[in-house]
Unconditional design. Structure first.
Length: 272
């Protein structure tokens, strides 16, 4: 692991429960000297990614806000998928979520939430695990066999706990079944009494980029009919695929899929 990897790994310390880090946190994370850990924090602060706060604490810096704005304006998945998602959600009066993934997390990238009677449980940037909910399972099932095997090696206990397979053969079979169905339906796996219906979004080379997910109450799902709801999500995802392919053909700049990784390697003792 390079010094740059360790410095950027400091950002993995931040989450909903930890909004600030101190020098001692970085020393423990990187297993480096006080002087080196301090130099890393200073470099990230100079770049605007971190900012010093009270109590010798560092928080996320203003450069993160600037980069988020640029991503909203330029990210191919977001700019091509969001208009379709909002159109379909508005027509059906049903809530939708657009998800992407990186590392070992699924990330909410955007929401269309016309049904305000349903609490907005999700928000842009909220990370979720790879093994629960339609948003995650539909992405997982469309990864390559090589990627799935790596995930099985890294996360076997979580996969078993999620009921996706107790060994590689069972996991592969489950993923194959989900992929062939073209859509994943889950009941209350992330939020009780909510149904998620997810379809994959692909780049022009059929590599999975993310997922489009319909979110509705159990009673609404039962009244509307599963097949109809599945078809709405699959058709909308297909429209997004077509837009992404058209943009890639015109610009020569396709959206690039993320690659699974083992998680926070620094927290795992510096494993490669």
């Amino acid at each position: 692991m390079t010094s740059l990897d360790k410095m950027l790994g400091i950002l993995d310390l931040f989450d909903d429960d930890k909004v600030g880090v101190q020098l001692e946190d970085v020393m423990q994370l990187t297993r480096l000297s006080r002087a080196t850990a301090y130099r890393y924090l200073q470099s990230l602060s100079k770049a605007g990614v971190l900012a010093p706060a009270t109590g010798n604490t560092y928080v996320l810096g203003p450069r993160v806000i600037e980069l988020d704005r640029l991503m909203r304006l330029t990210d191919p998945l977001l700019t091509n998928a969001s208009p379709v998602m909002h159109e379909v959600a508005g027509a059906l009066r049903i809530n939708f979520m657009l998800c992407s993934y990186y590392g070992n997390k699924v990330m909410c990238a955007d929401l269309a939430w016309p049904d305000e009677s349903l609490t907005r449980f999700y928000e842009r940037g909220r990370p979720m695990p790879m093994f629960r909910g339609a948003m995650a399972k539909v992405i997982l099932s469309n990864l390559t066999p090589y990627q799935l095997r790596s995930i099985m090696l890294w996360h076997a206990d979580e996969i078993r706990a999620a009921g996706l397979g107790s060994n590689w053969d069972e996991f592969r079979t489950t993923m194959s079944r989900m992929r062939k169905e073209g859509c994943v339906v889950t009941h209350g796996e992330v939020i009780p009494d909510l149904v998620g219906i997810g379809a994959p979004i692909f780049d022009p080379d059929k590599r999975v980029l993310g997922s489009l997910v319909m979110i509705l109450r159990e009673e609404t799902f039962a009244h509307s009919g599963e097949e109809l709801m599945r078809r709405h999500v699959i058709d909308a995802a297909a429209r997004i695929d077509a837009k992404l392919a058209s943009v890639a053909e015109k610009t020569g700049m396709p959206a690039l899929p993320a690659r699974p990784r083992r998680g926070n390697v620094l927290r795992n003792g510096g494993a490669a």
